[in-house]
Every structure is written in C-alpha cells, then in structure tokens.
Design a protein around this ligand. Structure first.
Ligand code: AMP
Length: 396
C-alpha cells in the first residue's frame, strides 16, 4: 500500500483529494470542522517536506451548477486556522484560473480549489475533466475516505494520470488499516455488534462478515424480525415481515459456520414511540400488543458485556436502541462503555458506518475506542466486502 510516507514532496505540488464537505450554518460558517482536522496531518507532511498542496473537495450537492452558498470559499478561514497557513483560493477547480493559481504556488503554500461538484463531470467520472484536474499537481494523494466509494473524476479517474505518482494520505491509510484489522488480520475472538433499524439495510454486511467473525451480536430494531421469525411475540415493535425467512437463513448460516449469535433476551418496551411513554422490561419474545421494544434490557446488556469483554477485536455498527430519545439511549451508552473497557484491556475497536458514529460522538466515546471511521457510506460498503473504486485506483 503506497502512502504519503513513500514520497518526498520537496519542490513538488501535491494534488490532494480531501473531504471538506463540512456542515455550514445559515451564516455560512463551519459548524463542525472534524473533517478539516482529519486532513491536517497529510497537508502538514507535504508542507514540511518542502512541497505545496493543492486541495480539491466537494461541498454539498450543487448538482453541476455554480451555487454561491456551496462555495468552498466559505471554509477558507476555518481551514487556514486549522492548517496554520493562510490558504489561497482558486475560483474554479479547472481551467485557466486554477492553472495560474497552481503555477504561482510556492513551497509551503496551500491552495484550495473551488467546489468540484460545480461541474457535472465530477460525479460523472468524466475522463477529460479528470485530465484537466491532473494538470494541477505532480503527485496525486487521495485522503478522502468519505467519497472513496464513488468513481468520481477526483476520487478515482484522475489517478490514471499519475501511474507512478499516486498514494493514500494518512487518513485514508488509517481507514484501510482499521478495516483490514477487523476483516482480515483481527486478533481472535472477533466480535461484530450490529444494531440499527432494519435487517434489509444490514443484510449484505451480515452475510459478508459471517466468514470473518467469531461472534455476532444483533441488537436494535433489527432484533424483532429475528424474534418474530422464531415464533416470538413482538407486540408493535418494528419488524420487516418480508425479511423473516432471510433472518432464519442468517441464523442457519451462522450456525453452520460456527459463529455464535447473540440476540437480546429482554427489552425495554414502551406503550408509544415517545420519550414520555410508559415503559417496562419484558422478555424479548413476550412483548404485549400495544407495546414496542425500544432499547436493550438489563439481562441482554449483561450477556453482551460478557462477549465484548472476552473479545480481542470489535466492530460496532448501529445503535441497540432509539438513542435519539434519552430514555431509550441507555443500552447504546452501556454498549459504548463495554467497548471502552474492552479497548482499555487491549482489544482493537472500530466504530463505523452511520448512526453508531453519531451515537459515539454524542455520548463522548470518540477517544475511548480505537478508531471511529470518517466515512458513512464508504464504511458500509467496505463492511459489505466491496472494493471501493477510490482505493482500487491507487492500488492498481
Ligand atoms: P441505522 O442507521 O441502520 O444504524 O439505524 C439507526 C436507527 O435505528 C436509529 O435512528 C435508531 O433510533 C433506530 N433504532 C434502534 N433501535 C430501534 C428500535 N428498537 N425500534 C425502532 N428503531 C430503532
């Protein structure tokens, strides 16, 4: 795997695909700069080598149209503050303006190009557009995990024009290493904890990881499709009736591959999907009509804790309850605490994909697990076993 450490950027211009798709408020100020912070080490390495960095990114969904509210100029101040260098700006990401700005760039300087998605060719993966981008640097660095699952011009196609001079930035390299640690080289026992609302959105992940894990913990809204398929009473809990056969076949497959599956045994049930609802703890397969399971119960959490603390490698995707409501967040918080404890004891823990990342941030576990992925869709596709085009383009 060729990374940024394999190159010396002295007197070179690095064309870096970053993910600066950050949230802006109504005054067009950055409200969460995590993604800019995450790209900083790569940019600093290039500058410290004596090179310059040409940064390209998308922001929002302008759909091929110039749109001032999605201009990357709005993040210039924040980026300059974080990187510690006054970042220059090119009003277009290709063409004369961009080329002139790049030509004027000196070692130690950073240039940010205007939003790639102001050109429809970016998302189309247009080769001529990628070729224009390729003129803006000597070495191509991809550090944008969040878009690595897209075969866009700047994430994938542009790499063709740098056959010998392309590499991963630190962030993307760390993401790849973290996924490999779980999926390929993880110390055993390996445990995946999958929660979230629906079986249908997790099925490809489950099928892929059954060959890679020793234990599979299933929680959250997915639970009830499994429980109903096995003949349990789930009351008004969320359920995908047409996925019951699938649920049974997953359990069969897991059994035949020697994977231990842990489902909830008890739940916190509520008489409405409401933070102020009446609640009671009941067995997962005896939920009365008019009640719905919204969080993991105490015995379930004890069972999950035991498995998690015995694991050496952990993957967590999806909350085990409706964590957006305070009264049904306890299970998800407890799970975070078990993973924190296992990590302290030396286990490797990866949190990735969608709402578990939001939960981990909300409840302050970000620094207490080994790695929190920065890419939602890209992480999900990696867990599904897909080769991401942005990663393949560098490896080729
Ligand atoms: P996902 O994006 O697939 O990880 O799903 C996350 C969503 O699942 C969150 O919005 C949770 O509120 C929801 N969820 C988790 N447990 C339950 C449950 N028991 N009933 C309904 N929704 C749930």
């Amino acid at each position: 795997m060729r990374t940024i450490d394999d190159f010396n950027f002295k007197d070179k211009k690095a064309l870096v695909r970053v993910d600066f798709n950050v949230p802006l408020n109504e005054e067009l100020k950055v409200t969460d700069a995590t993604r800019i912070e995450a790209a900083k080490p790569t940019i600093i390495k290039i500058l410290e080598d004596g090179g310059s960095a040409v940064l390209m990114s998308h922001l929002g969904r302008p759909k091929g149209q110039v749109n001032d509210s999605m201009s990357l100029k709005h993040i210039l101040n924040k980026a300059s503050e974080i990187i510690g260098v006054q970042v220059k700006f090119a009003e277009n990401c290709v063409g004369e303006k961009a080329e002139a700005a790049v030509a004027a760039l000196k070692p130690g300087e950073v240039l940010l190009l205007e939003n790639l998605r102001f050109h429809a060719e970016e998302e189309q993966g247009d080769e001529a557009f990628a070729e224009q981008l390729s003129k803006l640097g000597d070495i191509y660095v991809n550090d944008a995990f969040g878009t690595a699952h897209r075969a866009h011009a700047s994430t994938t196609i542009v790499a063709r024009f740098f056959p010998e001079k392309k590499c991963f930035g630190y962030l993307l390299a760390r993401e790849i290493e973290a996924i490999d640690k779980v999926m390929k080289s993880g110390e055993k026992p390996v445990t995946a904890i999958l929660g979230g609302a629906k079986v249908s959105s997790k099925i490809t992940i489950i099928e892929n990881i059954l060959d890679k894990v020793d234990n599979l913990i299933i929680g959250g809204g997915m639970t009830y499709t499994f429980v109903k398929a096995q003949g349990g009473r789930i009351g008004d809990s969320i359920c995908e009736d047409d996925k019951q056969d699938l649920a049974l076949s997953i359990l069969e497959k897991a059994k035949s591959r020697g994977v231990n599956v842990y489902l909830p045994v008890d739940v916190v049930a509520a008489d409405a999907f409401d933070n102020n609802a009446e609640t009671k703890v009941c067995p997962v397969d005896q939920i009365p009509d008019g009640w719905q399971g919204l969080d993991a119960g105490p015995q379930t959490l004890e069972n999950f804790k035991k498995v998690i603390l015995e694991s050496r490698t952990l993957l967590w995707n999806g909350p085990v309850g409706v964590f957006e409501m305070e009264r049904f967040a306890k299970g998800t918080i407890a799970l975070g605490e078990f993973i924190e404890e296992a990590t302290k004891n030396g286990a490797f823990s990866l949190v990735g994909g969608g709402d578990s990342v939001a939960a981990v941030k909300q409840f302050g576990f970000e620094d207490k697990v080994s790695y929190v992925s920065t890419g939602g869709g890209a992480m999900l596709e990696s867990l599904e076993g897909k080769t991401l085009p942005g990663i393949a383009a560098i490896l080729k």
